[in-house]
Design a protein around this ligand. Sequence first.
Ligand code: ATR
Length: 273
Amino acid sequence: MNRVGLIGWPVSHSISPALHNAAFAALGMDDWQYDLQPVPPDVLRGSLKVLKDEGGYVGINVTVPHKQTVMPFVKPDALAKAVGAVNTIDLRDDTATNTDVYGFMDDLQANGIDPNGMNVVLLGAGGAARAALYGLASTDAKIKVVNRTLDKAVAMIQALGVSASAAKWEAVKPADTQLIVNCTVVGMFPKHDESAWNEAIPFPKGAIVYDMVYRPAKTRLMELAEANGGRAVGGLGMLVRQGAFAFKRWTGVEPPLEAMFAAAREALGQKAE
Ligand code: ATR
């Protein structure tokens, strides 16, 4: 059996097993299995060794709170080093990467969103924001990062060494904003009445919202974009695609995207669009 799985603390909420096991089933890969491994922070290093040497794991996804702390124990590639976080490890050689960046950029493209030449407001400065900022900075988008804690936005831009500015809400110009990317957790179930957009600032007309939140499928922020003549894309595609890149990395097999999307929607109780 080739075992893969997710380590985090906690991990019980994750839909990654549904995604990956649906992919294995769709391709008849009966000798592959994905499961959840709750790993408390103080035993991270030892747990990796046990999973590899005794558990028969060939690959591991990494989530909160281990994405940064796992880095000294693996061999991160240039992308993971630049983002400062790992989410996928190949335990056969301990190489590691960050598929969130690919997942995000791939989903933008799949939705026909080309950030080149756009003025972008990126909301947040946590792990998800780092991946988005790194990806967007590879285009010639002009990026303003707005975060509840401004210092964290400044530090993130500096750490990534990218061209972007940290801004207060007052510095956001609605008429000049084409793309809004929400990388905060604001609007996520069960606080789905909230929106990451500051109500004191008029909502941009005709702007595109990319909301990394995937539960609910249509967030308040997405509704605001549509009410103002714009488009909105939720975070399900990024979730599925980051998983698909991890799948490819471990198995070397082309991921069955449709089966993975269907499994993700089913696990979240969401209908197809
Ligand atoms: P992730 O790894 O998913 O990015 P994270 O690192 O905890 O999660 O980051 C969460 C982000 O959501 C941060 O940008 C956080 O803002 P702070 O840096 O000020 O903590 C943002 N966030 C969380 N709750 C928020 C709230 N109620 N209002 C505004 N921003 C919020």
